[in-house]
Ligand binder design. Structure first.
Ligand SMILES: *[C@@H]1O[C@H](CO)[C@@H](O)[C@H](O)[C@H]1NC(C)=O
Ligand SMILES: *[C@@H]1O[C@H](CO)[C@@H](O)[C@H](O)[C@H]1NC(C)=O
Ligand SMILES: *[C@@H]1O[C@H](CO)[C@@H](O)[C@H](O)[C@H]1NC(C)=O
Ligand SMILES: *[C@@H]1O[C@H](CO)[C@@H](O)[C@H](O)[C@H]1NC(C)=O
Ligand SMILES: *[C@@H]1O[C@H](CO)[C@@H](O)[C@H](O)[C@H]1NC(C)=O
Ligand SMILES: *[C@@H]1O[C@H](CO)[C@@H](O)[C@H](O)[C@H]1NC(C)=O
Ligand SMILES: *[C@@H]1O[C@H](CO)[C@@H](O)[C@H](O)[C@H]1NC(C)=O
Ligand SMILES: *[C@@H]1O[C@H](CO)[C@@H](O)[C@H](O)[C@H]1NC(C)=O
Length: 692
C-alpha cells in the first residue's frame, strides 16, 4: 500500500519516466546496504563461494520455508571470490545483468524491492573448492559432506545469527557477521573417506558400504567416494555362501542412512521385511515375503544430492563408479546372484530416470527396470517445455508462461510455479548451474561442458532464451532418441535386446508434467518396435508418487519377484545371450568426455577469419565472425592500420561481415563475445594487407 502511495506522488509531473514498475525498482531502498564480515578465526583461508542472504517474515526462521512454491522469503545471492577475514561482502541493489558478480534476488531481482517492515535476516556462505579435472577443465564447486548437498546451509557453511531487523525504506546499512559454521555429521570411524557420502554404523539388517572411486577421483583430481545402503532379507546368513539372492537397485535421492522404500523409517514395512512375512489383511492371509537384497546408493555430487548415476561430462564417470566399481564390491561382499536377470533397477522421479537409464545403457548388467514417473524421457517435452522447437523455455509462442509445478484441487489444475519462477529461484542459490537444484542438475547431467568449463546451459537462466545448438548436445541423454537410434542398426540392437525389459508408469496429473515425456517415449518406441514394446502405463488422474503402478509395496515386490523367476535361466523366458551381450552397452565414458569435455569445448571455438589473402582499397573484404559457444552475444569491429575503422556493431553467430578498406595498409576484424558466466573475450582475425 505504502509503496503505491509513494509511487503516485513521485510520478506527478514526471511523464518521461518510462514505467511505474521501473520507477519503483530504482527508487525503493536504493540505499539499503547489507555488509557481511566474518568473525576472526572462522575462515582459515580466503575462499570462493556463494552467499545467500534471506529476508524472512519477522520472528520466523529463514530456513523454515525456502521452497519455490511457498517460501515467504526474499532470497538474494552473490558470488564471492577470495573472501577472507579482512573482507566485507556488500549486498546492494541487484540486477539481471551481471549475475556472476552482482546481486540477484527472488522473487524480486533487487534489494530495492523489499517493502519496509520487520524481517528476520540471515546469511549463509557455501564454500567452493577449485579443482582441475582430468580433462583439463577447471571449476569451483561445492563438494558435499554427507548431507546430500542442500542448496543452502550445507554442512560446513558459514552462517550469521538470524536477526530481526526493521527495514525503513530509506538509506540504511545492516551489519551482519558470519559467526558460526553449520555442523558436520561426525564420522563413526566405520567408513573411510571422512564426511563425503556420510558415515553410518551397520545394524543387523542394514549394512553401509563406501568405497573410494578410482575413476571419479581421477576425474576430479581429489578423493571421491560412492556408497550403498544394503538391506538384507530375513534369514540372510553371512556364513551361508550357497544361498544367493536377487538384488533390487533402488535409485533415488540422497537416502542418508535410510534403506530402500524407507526401510528403517517406515515401521510397518521394516518390521514386516525383517519378519519375512507379509502381514495378513482383512482379505488376504499372511504369506512369505519375497527375498531380495535392497540396495540404494549414496552418491551426493558437486551438482546435486545425487549424480543421476550415469557418465556425464560435467559430473564425471558416476555410471562407471557405481556399476563397475561399487557393484562388483557389493557382489563380492554379499551373497547376490551375479547375473543380469537377478539385477533389477527401480525408482521414482529422479530415481525413475536413473533406473531406466541404467537399464538402457547397460542391458549387459541389469535385467529389467520398473521406473515410476521418471524425469523427462524425451526432450520433445522436458517437463512441459518443447525443448527442440520452442524459442523460449519460460514463455510459449502465445505469450503464456510455461508451468513447472502443478497440483489438482478437486479435479482442477492449479499451477504452483512456472519454469521462470523456479529457474530464478534456483539462480539465487548458485550461478553457472551450481545451485544444487533440479533444473541446474539437469543442465549438468544432460549437457556438455561449456567453453567456460561449467555446464553448457540450454537456455539463458534469466530470460529463458533457448540455445538449440546447446540442446543438440543433450541428445545422447534423450532416452527415446537414444533407444530409437540404436534400435536395429549398429551393434547395440536395443530393439531386440530390451524388448520386455522396460516397465514405466506415470500419472496424467504428474505434478511436474513428467507424463508428457513418458508419452513421447511411448510414441517413439512404439513406432520403432510396435505397440507395447516398452510396457508403459499411463494412470488417469494420478499425481507424482507411488510404487510402480501405484501398487501396494508387497504386490509390487511380488511382481518384481515373478519377473525375475520368469527370466531366470531355468524359467520360461530366460534372457538371451545377445540381449545381455557387452555390445549392447552405451554411455561409454571415453565417448562422453571426448564429445563433452574440455577438448571438445576448445575445438568448438574459432577466431574470426578474413577470407582473402590480400585486399584492395575500396573493395569489400569479407570475414567470418569465428565460432563461439551457443548464447554468446557478439560485437564486431573493423580495424584499419591498428585504428578502429567503424563503431562496434552487433553481429550474429555464423554471420559473414564485410568492409571496404579506405586506405592502404592492413585490415583486421575484432569480435567480442559476451555471455552470462563467461569471461568477456575479444578475438582477432589475422591481418590482411590492403594494396591499391
Ligand atoms: C518481531 O518478532 C519478535 C519476536 O521474534 C517480536 O518480539 C517483535 O515484536 C516483532 N516485531 C514486529 C514489528 O512485529
Ligand atoms: C516483488 O515480487 C512480488 C512477487 O512476485 C511481486 O508481486 C511484486 O510486485 C514485486 N515487487 C516489485 C517492486 O517488483
Ligand atoms: C553454532 O552452530 C552449532 C551447530 O550448528 C549450533 O549447535 C550452535 O548452537 C550454534 N551457535 C550459535 C551461537 O549460534
Ligand atoms: C479391516 O479391518 C479393520 C479392523 O477390523 C477395520 O477397521 C478396517 O476398516 C478394515 N479395512 C477394510 C479395508 O475393510
Ligand atoms: C473441494 O471439495 C470439497 C468437498 O466438495 C470442498 O469442501 C472444498 O472447499 C473444495 N476445495 C476447493 C479448493 O474448491
Ligand atoms: C529481470 O529479468 C526478468 C526476466 O527476463 C524480467 O521479468 C524482470 O523484469 C527483469 N528485472 C529487472 C530488474 O531487470
Ligand atoms: C541408426 O539409425 C539412426 C536413425 O535412423 C541413425 O541416426 C543412426 O546414425 C544409426 N546408427 C548407426 C550406428 O548406424
Ligand atoms: C505391463 O505390465 C503390467 C505389470 O507387469 C502387466 O499387468 C501388464 O499386463 C503389462 N502390459 C502388457 C501390455 O504387457
Amino acid at each position: 500500500m505504502l509503496k503505491a502511495v509513494l509511487l503516485a506522488s513521485l510520478a506527478i509531473g514526471a511523464s518521461a519516466i518510462p514505467t511505474a514498475s521501473n520507477y519503483v525498482e530504482r527508487e525503493y531502498n536504493a540505499n539499503l546496504d547489507v555488509r557481511i564480515s566474518v568473525a576472526s578465526g572462522l575462515l582459515k583461508a580466503p575462499t570462493d563461494g556463494r552467499v545467500v542472504l534471506m529476508f524472512a517474515p519477522n520472528g520466523t526462521d529463514p530456513l523454515e520455508d525456502t521452497d519455490v512454491t511457498s517460501s515467504p522469503n526474499k532470497i538474494y545471492g552473490k558470488n564471492v571470490y577470495g573472501f577472507g577475514n579482512k573482507n566485507t561482502i556488500v549486498f546492494s541493489g541487484g540486477s539481471n545483468a551481471s549475475t556472476e558478480t552482482g546481486v540477484f534476488g527472488w522473487p524480486n531481482v533487487s534489494l530495492s524491492d523489499i517493502d519496509p517492515g520487520t524481517y528476520s535476516v540471515q546469511a549463509f556462505l557455501t564454500k567452493y573448492e577449485t579443482v582441475t579435472r582430468s580433462d583439463g577443465s577447471k571449476v569451483s564447486v561445492h563438494f558435499p559432506c554427507g548431507d546430500g548437498a542442500p542448496n543452502v546451509n550445507a554442512f560446513g557453511s558459514l552462517v550469521t545469527t538470524a536477526t530481526d531487523v526493521e527495514i525503513s525504506g530509506g538509506a540504511q546499512t545492516l551489519e551482519l557477521t558470519f559467526n558460526n559454521i553449520t555442523a558436520i555429521e561426525p564420522s563413526t570411524g566405520k567408513e573411510i573417506g571422512g564426511c563425503n557420502q556420510g558415515n553410518y554404523e551397520d545394524t543387523d539388517t542394514v549394512k553401509y558400504v563406501k568405497i573410494r572411486s578410482k575413476k571419479l577421483s581421477k576425474f576430479w583430481g581429489r578423493d571421491m567416494y560412492v556408497g550403498a545402503n544394503v538391506v538384507l532379507p530375513s534369514g540372510y546368513d553371512a556364513n551361508d555362501k550357497k544361498t544367493r539372492y536377487p538384488v533390487i537397485y533402488n535409485q533415488g535421492h540422497w537416502p542418508g542412512s535410510a534403506g530402500a522404500y524407507n526401510y528403517g523409517t517406515d515401521k510397518a514395512f521394516t518390521s514386516a521385511w525383517d519378519s519375512g512375512l507379509i502381514p495378513a489383511t482383512n482379505t488376504t492371509a499372511a504369506r512369505p515375503a519375497p527375498k531380495f537384497l535392497l540396495i540404494t546408493f549414496r552418491h551426493e555430487s558437486p551438482f546435486y544430492d545425487d549424480s543421476y548415476a550415469v557418465n556425464t561430462a560435467n559430473l564425471g564417470p558416476y555410471g562407471d563408479a557405481i556399476n563397475d566399481e561399487l557393484l562388483p564390491y557389493l557382489e563380492a561382499t554379499f551373497h547376490t546372484i551375479r547375473a543380469p536377470y537377478a539385477r533389477v533397477q527401480d525408482g521414482g522421479s529422479t530415481g525413475g530416470w536413473e533406473s531406466i537409464a541404467n537399464l538402457i545403457y547397460r542391458p549387459d548388467l541389469f535385467g529389467v527396470c520398473f521406473s515410476s514417473y521418471p524425469d523427462s524421457l524425451d526432450f520433445h517435452r522436458h517437463q512441459d517445455i518443447e525443448l527442440y522447437t520452442a524459442a523460449n523455455a519460460y514463455q510459449r509462442a502465445d505469450g503464456s508462461s510455461v508451468p513447472s509445478i502443478r497440483t489438482h484441487v478437486n479435479g482442477t489444475q492449479v499451477i504452483e510455479a512456472s519454469v521462470a519462477l523456479e529457474n530464478h529461484w534456483e539462480l539465487t542459490f548458485g550461478t553457472a548451474s551450481r545451485s544444487a537444484n533440479q533444473w541446474d542438475v539437469w543442465n549438468a547431467v544432460f549437457g556438455v561442458q561449456g567453453y567456460n568449463n561449467y555446464p553448457l546451459e540450454p537456455w539463458d537462466k534469466v530470460t529463458g532464451e533457448i540455445y538449440h545448438e546447446a540442446v543438440e548436445y543433450w541428445k545422447p541423454f534423450d532416452l527415446s532418441d537414444y533407444v530409437v537410434s540404436n534400435f536395429n542398426n549398429g551393434s547395440r540392437n536395443l530393439g531386440a535386446a530390451l524388448a520386455g525389459r522396460i516397465f514405466v508408469y506415470v500419472g496424467t496429473w504428474d505434478n511436474y508434467f513428467l507424463n508428457e515425456g513418458v508419452m513421447e517415449f511411448q510414441k517413439r518406441t512404439d513406432a520403432a518396435g510396435g505397440a507395447g514394446w516398452a510396457n508403459v502405463t499411463i494412470l488417469p488422474e494420478k499425481p507424482h508418487g507411488g510404487n510402480y503402478q501405484s501398487r501396494e509395496i508387497w504386490d509390487y515386490l511380488e511382481l518384481v519377484e515373478s519377473w525375475v523367476k520368469d527370466h531366470a535361466p531355468s524359467g520360461p523366458n530366460p534372457l538371451s545371450a545377445s540381449a545381455v551381450a557387452p555390445s549392447t552397452r552405451g554411455n561409454i565414458w571415453d565417448d562422453v568426455i571426448k564429445t563433452g569435455g574440455r577438448k571438445a569445448a576448445v575445438k568448438r571455438q574459432a577466431d574470426p577469419k578474413i577470407d582473402m589473402k590480400s585486399a584492395k582499397v575500396g573493395q569489400e573484404v569479407s570475414a567470418s565472425v569465428g565460432r563461439w559457444d551457443p548464447g554468446v552475444k557478439l560485437t564486431a569491429q573493423w580495424i584499419l592500420n591498428s585504428k578502429p575503422a567503424s563503431e562496434p556493431y552487433a553481429v550474429k553467430q555464423g554471420d559473414t561481415v564485410e568492409y571496404a578498406p579506405t586506405a592502404k595498409g592492413h585490415v583486421q576484424l575484432l569480435v567480442t563475445g559476451e555471455k552470462r558466466n563467461y569471461v568477456t573475450e575479444t578475438r582477432k582475425s589475422g591481418r590482411v594487407l590492403v594494396g591499391r
